[in-house]
Design a protein around this ligand. Sequence first.
Ligand code: FES
Length: 159
Amino acid sequence: MCKNCVQCEFAQLKKIIDETGRTESSLITILHKTQDYYGYIPKEAQAIIAKELNIPASKVYGVLTFYSYFVDKPKGKYQISVCLGTACYVKGAADVLKSLEDELGIKFGETTPDLKFSIAQTRCLGDCSNAPVVMINDKLYGKVHPTEVATILAEYKEE
Ligand code: FES
């Protein structure tokens, strides 16, 4: 089964709904499974879920946007999380975030057009002694200075 043809996408989503159940109480589970499969929850999928569960599309969208885990746009190959917890914020995390946004030409919550990078804000990553902290996928960068951002990104841009 491919992920690129609309018929296959629809078939997979129908399978997810069939397996999970067509009740409103299944909505969150269906959203989880949909995001696991597609990497995000496309608008078309939201419409199909609403129709299949016989609930308003606004209800699906409302749940999706309530939980920060769910996303309705594709994420980049490299997900950059900038910690804006208190320790990181005090040590200049906002400047690091600005530098990342300037370097990539996107704002937090967005993905570069080539689907390579996404920027997200997060709260304490548990490494406060190394604030400000940035995480790219599973790799932590501590004591990040805004002027180091270009160098950090360069290793990912080359891949
Ligand atoms: S506040 Fe950023 S790692 Fe704790």
